[in-house]
Design a protein around this ligand. Structure first.
Ligand code: ZN
Ligand code: ZN
Length: 273
């Protein structure tokens, strides 16, 4: 199994980091988890095009995790030679967002159907809204869902993907909670979006300060990893954006609470499990 941080950014525009998105590849399954800003540029850099995706997993409906879903839908559609639905899994509300996205794409869909004689079908998306504790399979991968705590944003979920005898948890956004601990138990890797509360508190902007109470800090993620006994902690969604010379500092803050391997870095950082 291979995990690639396609986008390590956040809502803050960053010339070096795409929006939140992680790719999980196993022998018989390719999953895109969230689809933030610039996701298809990074997917192409990882050697993949949208029709090669087995499914899209959405952790929650915050725009930074979803803003390029329209691009995934459109490009999956126009790059195929035959009709095939794009499977999308997400929390309740996902179907409404997908319907609204397709509505927004209506002019484009009309133009392309009118222009391309061999394109005779509309894009279709198979949405499955998932509840905590649900399990499902995509290709050869088994996926388990848990509720996360990103309140007041609700509902939000994390996913555990198992295949090839390996496991990875995609934690999404949120503070530590028992559901996440249970989902992470014994996983080979745990990918968590994180903030640096010490740095955020230095910025005298009330709207920025608001983010502290509903995100895991680096230390929170490390403590979750230790409680759950995971092998590798993978940090992403760096707020504020992690400068190249700050990686050691971020890593040290995690290492103070977690003795396993710690991975962080630029977009396209990849780990083999
Ligand atoms: Zn986010
Ligand atoms: Zn969020």
């Amino acid at each position: 199994m291979e995990v690639t941080l396609l986008g390590t950014g956040s809502p803050l525009p960053d010339p070096r980091r795409a929006g939140p998105s992680t790719l999980v590849r196993s022998a018989g399954c390719t999953l895109l988890v969230d689809c933030g800003r610039g996701v298809l540029m990074r997917l192409a850099a990882a050697g993949l095009l949208p029709p090669m995706l087995s499914a899209v997993l959405v952790t929650h409906l915050h725009s930074d995790h979803l803003t390029d879903l329209n691009d995934v839908i459109t490009t999956s559609w126009v790059m195929r030679n035959e009709p095939e639905s794009l499977p999308v899994f997400g929390p309740p509300g996902t179907a409404d967002v997908v319907d609204a996205t397709l509505a927004a794409l209506a002019p484009d869909i009309g133009y392309r159907l009118a222009h391309h004689d061999d394109l005779t079908w509309r894009p279709t998306v198979d949405v499955t809204e998932v509840a905590p504790d649900v399990r499902f399979n995509v290709g050869s991968a088994a996926v388990r869902v848990a509720a996360t705590d990103h309140r007041p944003v609700e509902p939000t979920v994390a996913y555990r993907v198992e295949d090839d005898g390996r496991s990875v948890v995609l934690g999404g956004d949120g503070v530590p909670c028992s559901g996440l601990d249970e989902l992470c138990a014994g996983a080979d890797a745990y990918v968590q979006t994180v903030i640096r509360d010490d740095l955020v508190r230095l910025v005298p902007n009330p709207r920025f300060q608001d983010i502290v109470d509903y995100h895991s800090t680096v230390e929170d993620a490390a403590r979750t990893a230790t409680r759950a006994g995971v092998g590798t902690l993978v940090l992403t969604h760096y707020v504020p954006p992690m400068a190249p010379d700050q990686a050691d500092d971020w890593r040290a803050r995690a290492a103070a609470h977690f003795a396993g391997d710690i991975v962080l870095g630029d977009d396209l950082t990849t780990i083999e499990l």
